[in-house]
Ligand binder design. Structure first.
Ligand code: ADE
Length: 269
């Protein structure tokens, strides 16, 4: 049964991924922090609108636990996961933004009992995101990327082909409990899931929980690295320099357009 709560949650894995947005929200007049399971859930209420923001930490268990707490204890009807990812497809470069249409756990393999990637007893490998939420996020991302292009803001050059980042992509995102940091591993992921755009460590777990509870879900990722031998260096640099600026600005636009929440986007991004 679909969940009809109109409260929305934002999750990131690491503080550096949304620190600008978190800083703004912590200072908001009606923000209240709740501690559960070692995580802080920041609740902001404005009129009938409610926003919950939290940090899941890294990996599928952390993400699924956090999503479940948001649904059970904070009664949210929509969850947006934001952060960074490694680019898989050749067309997806550092500084690009990917909005997931569907997510798959690349490390789920109960074959020969079930087809590779299929989550046993759920009868599916891929978990679709909510179209309306994803369209709204993609629209916010497109507006941010267009502003960034016109202002000539610092855009990180793409590791694989040297072009500048700033493209928006929609499609399949892979998740698994592994930081992908060599080209053979990147190619193996693509061979198993042709057309996959990016790889990260949480999104498919959140999408599975949302599917099971009838909660709307969307996942937005900025590409921090190319999931190859330079991934650790690229990830560390992007996380320190750029991740929060991009995610916070896109989320602020999204929240203000879709939910009438948060400060004007230009104050953040
Ligand atoms: N998140 C960001 N970069 C990643 C990578 N290369 N592998 C897994 N998760 C990531």
């Amino acid at each position: 049964m679909p969940n009809t709560s109109d409260a929305v949650a934002i999750i990131a894995a690491l503080p550096q991924e949304i620190s600008a947005l978190l800083g703004r929200l912590r200072a908001a007049e009606h923000a209240r922090a709740h501690l559960r399971g070692g995580r802080e859930y920041l609740v902001i209420e404005r009129g009938s609108r409610r926003l919950v923001v939290t940090l899941a930490r890294v990996g599928k268990v952390a993400a699924a636990t956090t999503a479940t707490a948001l649904i059970h204890q904070f009664d949210v009807g929509a969850i947006v996961f934001a952060g960074v990812a490694g680019g898989l497809a050749a067309s997806v470069g550092v500084g690009d933004v990917v909005v997931a249409d569907a997510l798959r756990q690349h490390d789920m393999d109960a074959s020969p009992l079930f087809p590779r990637f299929e989550v046993p007893l759920l009868g599916r490998a891929d978990f679709a995101t909510d179209v309306g939420l994803s369209d709204a996020l993609a629209d916010a991302a497109q507006r941010f990327l267009a502003d960034q292009a016109t202002t000539g803001a610092d855009v990180v050059p793409n590791g694989r082909d040297g072009r500048r980042g700033g493209q928006l992509h929609r499609g399949l995102v892979l998740s698994g409990d592994r930081f992908v940091a060599d080209d053979a591993a990147r190619r193996a992921l693509l061979a198993g899931s042709p057309g996959a755009l990016a790889v990260e460590m949480e999104g498919a777990a959140v999408a599975q929980v949302c599917h099971e509870y009838g909660v709307r879900c969307a996942v937005m990722r900025t590409i921090s690295d190319s999931a190859d031998a330079s991934a650790a260096e690229g990830f560390t640099h992007f996380l320190a320099e750029r991740a929060s600026v991009v995610s916070s600005a896109i989320l602020a636009r999204f929240l203000s357009t879709t939910y009438g929440l948060v400060t004007p986007p230009d104050e953040i991004g």
